[in-house]
Design a protein around this ligand. Sequence first.
Ligand SMILES: Nc1ncnc2c1[nH]c(=O)n2[C@H]1C[C@H](O)[C@@H](COP(=O)(O)OP(=O)(O)OP(=O)(O)O)O1
Length: 167
Amino acid sequence: MVLRKVYTLVFVRKENQILLGYKKRGFGMNKWNGFGGKVEPNESILDAAIRELNEECGLTVETTDLKNLAHLEFTFTGEPVMMDCRVFSTNIFNGTPIETEEMLPRWFQIDQLPFDNMWPDDRIWFPYMFKNKLFYGKFNFNGVDTILNYKIRELESMEEYYNEKGD
Ligand SMILES: Nc1ncnc2c1[nH]c(=O)n2[C@H]1C[C@H](O)[C@@H](COP(=O)(O)OP(=O)(O)OP(=O)(O)O)O1
């Protein structure tokens, strides 16, 4: 039996730049990533996305300005947990990114991303995000640095996908 845990992951965009945060502690430490984390009990996924973004880099966004662009699933050999990760992006936000105890934010040009210090799956699916595709991806890891296998497919609509999935 696999335990599913729901996570959010938010990417803030401006012109041809994307905001990433350097994770200073915990899972994914020393990697650049978007902002996000676990959805708390009794919290909606969108509320969790907004809360995590604010907690991790001080920005505020409105629910209606978040676009859900992907659903990613991560599994790890020998671990009975599946990370169910909802990916969002926005280019409408308030505030200036600030360093927090969890993340050090920095704007990157989208053609100069620090992939060597990011999750290895990011190299595979970031191009879909930059082409404004909607997509589903499933990545099976051995440890946190090796992808054993994966699949990825474009979607017509996230709403249709979740309806079919029964979420
Ligand atoms: N493989 C991969 N690629 C891209 N993004 C991610 C992964 N694995 C991941 O976990 N992530 C993302 C999903 C989440 O946005 C974060 C991990 O969240 P985490 O920091 O563990 O959750 P919090 O709720 O913030 O945890 P606490 O440290 O506060 O307990 O990375």
